[in-house]
Design a protein. Sequence first.
Length: 389
Amino acid sequence: MRCTVAKEIKAEEVRRSYSIFKMSAPDVSQNFPPLKNDLILRAARGEKTEKVPVWVMRQAGRYLPEFKELRAENDFFRVCQTPSLACEVTLQPIKRFDLDAAIIFSDILVIPQAIGLQVQMVPGKGPVFDDPISMVADLDRLVKDVDVNKVLGYVFEAITLTRHKLEGKVPLIGFAGAPWTLMAYSIEGAGSTTFSKSKAWLYTQPEASHQFLQLITDVTVDYLVGQVLAGAQLLQLFESHAGILGYDLFCKYSLSYLKQIAEKVKEKLRAKSVDPVPMIVFAKGAHYALKELSQSGYDVVGIDWTVQPTLARQQVGDSVSVQGNLDPCAIYSSKDEISEYVKQMISQFGTQRYIANLGHGIYPDANPEHLGAFIDAVHRHSEEINKSS
Ligand code: CP3
């Protein structure tokens, strides 16, 4: 078994080095199997849905024993960089649960890596940067003209492979970290409670901050376009650290770049005669800017678990869809209680223009069976509500 995996990895490394020389992006006309479940695409576009689609942030991850088993033998970024492994992990939750979307297994930190920063995933600690950005002069050592096909081609290959292996069961979501979140990690060098080093840049080095954010934005646009060309059918932007910015800093240093990304990704795809895919923005902690987010060019606004669903709907309005937002800790409740929480959540969000999810990623100590209860409750309650209305 181990030997077969090793052989596959070797073959993939050879193919990858070949594709570096070939350097052409894969394109969407790759004879993908026809899609059998387009619920999430319809909900994102504001079309009628007979039941509410559901997926879960971090659905492929450490709460699954099969993930832990695979991770025990492979470094985190090696899994990301090996298309057969990334594909296998992406499919793990799809095999277990009645989910309405898969999300490609990767990490937001592949972009800092692509611009030249070294990041390791340290067990029990999370991401650690070898040599974070500390001074403005450090920006000089970053790669300015990233060729995403060359450096991140492994993600595109994983997406194309996964589209085939999904056999059209559900759509595949591609993703990236938003510029502020990636800038914050690159300066802090790891997680932080205050993010004071990176926030200090916004106050004391506004010009350099914009320069850094623009660099990340440009690479991210090409990266997301590449994901769609490779087969991604929806895209999500993770602004995980919006919560440590207040309204003013958010508008200046986050929202403007999020807007640019949505506009440019759609524009670049149209220029290639490729239909843009729906885009989701999840700015965790940005309860103060939901209205602004709903007017930022995204089709879906992700809502974190702290916001009341009715308030979220009010702020977001009815021209975009919403996604969210059960507290990840609610999964620790009994299955019956989870079902009640879901019923309440759906009755508050309504069943249309709505994608159910947790209000942040699932935690590693969650019970997979309880996650299954969450997923099934979304389908059951939303179908009942739709039938009776
Ligand atoms: O299933 C999926 O959602 C797809 C895969 C995915 C991962 N990370 C895999 C992962 C996605 C979409 C992400 C996004 C991501 N990565 C975010 C945004 C979402 C969020 O939580 O706000 C952030 C901030 C990161 C950065 C990151 N990666 C951190 C802080 C950590 C360590 C802490 C943690 O939550 O585990 C990671 C590691 C990581 N990324 C793991 C997984 C499955 C666990 C690492 C391991 O296997 O050891």
